[in-house]
Ligand binder design. Structure first.
Ligand SMILES: [Zn+2]
Length: 311
C-alpha cells in the first residue's frame, strides 16, 4: 500500500529511478505500432480497392468508378453521390444548380449526443454539400427537366426544411416553365432534428407535385437504396412513373416495426424494389447503367403531348 503513491509522486521526490525505468524500456524495444500498420496495408491497400459487401469480391476502385459504382461481379449497386449521378445523367454542361446556398436553421436548438448545428457542420465538411439534395435544371437526351437528386451521405438523406423547400421550388420552376420533373430519392425519411418542420415538408412537396400534374406535366420518381419513411410517403411515391434501381430497399417503417405491429411473419423479399414491382407500386426496375437511356426514352413518350401544346 505504501509503495503505490510513491510511484506516481516519484517524479517530485526524486525516487522515480527506483521503479519506472525497466517497465518503460521493455515496450520501447518491441516497437509494437509498426506491425499492425504494415500487415493491414498488405491486406488492403488503402484507396485502391473496395470490397463488395454483397459478393465480397475485391474491386479495383477505378473499375468501380468506371462501372458507375456497380459491382462488375454481382451487379450490387453501391451508393453514389448526388453530383456523380447528375454528371452521369445530364448532358455535359447542361445542368444549372438552383438554390445552391440554402441552409437549414436550427429552430429547435436540438441537442442530443451532438447538437444539430454540429451535425450539420460535420456533414457539410464531409460531403461538400449544404444539405441532402441538389436541385436544378438540366438536359437528359433532348429534354430540359427540373431535376432533384438526394445524397444519402448527408445525414442519411433526411428531409428537413431545406430538402422540402428545394424540391418544392424546382417543381414550381418546372410547372412554370412547362418542364417534366425528375426526383431521385435516397433517404431515411424526415429529419428528426427539425421536428414538425420536417413533417410539414411532406404536405408541401406533395402539393407542388399535384399542381405540376394538374398542368399536364409528367413527373418521374426514381427510387434508390434506401428510400423510406416520410420521403417514400410523400413525393417519392407520387410519380406518374415510379422507377427503381435493382434490389433497393423501399418502404415506410422498418421490417421489425411492421412485424411487431402486425404480429405476423413478413414474406420473403419484403420491402425490396422487386417485391414492390410485382405488386404494382413500382413501374420498372432499371440498372444504373441504363437509367439515362431509359429516362430519355420515357421523356420522349411523356413529352409528346407537351411539345405539341407548347409548339
Ligand atoms: Zn459484388
Amino acid at each position: 500500500m505504501a509503495n503505490k503513491p510513491k510511484k506516481t509522486l516519484g517524479l517530485e521526490i526524486g525516487e522515480a529511478a527506483v521503479t519506472p525505468p525497466p517497465a518503460e524500456l521493455e515496450p520501447a524495444i518491441e516497437k509494437k505500432p509498426l506491425n499492425p500498420g504494415t500487415t493491414r496495408k498488405r491486406d488492403i491497400p488503402q484507396g485502391l480497392w473496395t470490397k463488395c459487401p454483397k459478393c465480397e469480391e475485391m474491386i479495383f476502385d477505378k473499375e468501380l468508378e468506371e462501372n458507375l459504382k456497380v459491382c462488375p461481379q454481382c451487379t450490387h449497386h453501391f451508393p453514389i453521390t448526388a453530383w456523380k449521378r447528375i454528371k452521369d445523367l445530364t448532358e455535359p454542361d447542361s445542368f444549372e444548380e438552383a438554390d445552391a446556398n440554402m441552409i437549414s436553421v436550427d429552430t429547435l436548438e436540438f441537442t442530443g449526443t451532438a447538437t444539430y448545428a454540429d451535425k450539420l457542420e460535420k456533414h457539410r465538411k464531409k460531403t461538400g454539400l449544404k444539405d441532402a439534395i441538389i436541385t436544378g435544371t438540366g438536359r437528359i437526351g433532348k429534354h430540359e427537366v427540373g431535376l432533384g437528386v438526394m445524397d444519402f451521405e448527408f445525414l442519411g438523406g433526411s428531409m428537413g426544411s431545406v430538402v422540402g423547400e428545394k424540391i418544392t421550388r424546382i417543381i414550381e420552376v418546372a410547372t412554370e416553365r412547362r418542364l417534366p420533373a425528375i426526383l431521385i430519392s435516397s433517404s431515411g425519411g424526415a429529419r428528426m432534428y427539425e421536428g414538425m418542420f420536417s413533417l410539414m415538408q411532406m404536405a408541401k412537396t406533395s402539393a407542388a407535385v399535384a399542381y405540376h400534374g394538374r398542368r399536364g406535366l409528367p413527373y418521374i420518381s426514381v427510387l434508390t437504396h434506401p428510400t423510406t419513411a416520410g420521403v417514400m410517403a410523400s413525393y417519392a411515391s407520387l410519380g406518374d412513373l415510379i422507377l427503381s434501381e435493382p434490389k433497393a430497399m423501399i418502404g415506410f417503417a422498418g421490417p421489425r416495426v411492421i412485424k411487431d405491429t402486425t404480429q405476423s411473419e413478413l414474406p420473403e423479399g419484403f420491402q425490396t424494389a422487386e417485391f414492390l414491382m410485382e405488386r404494382g407500386l413500382i413501374d420498372a426496375i432499371i440498372p444504373r447503367a441504363k437509367l439515362k437511356f431509359r429516362l430519355a426514352e420515357y421523356l420522349d413518350y411523356l413529352c409528346l403531348n407537351l411539345d405539341e401544346k407548347s409548339a
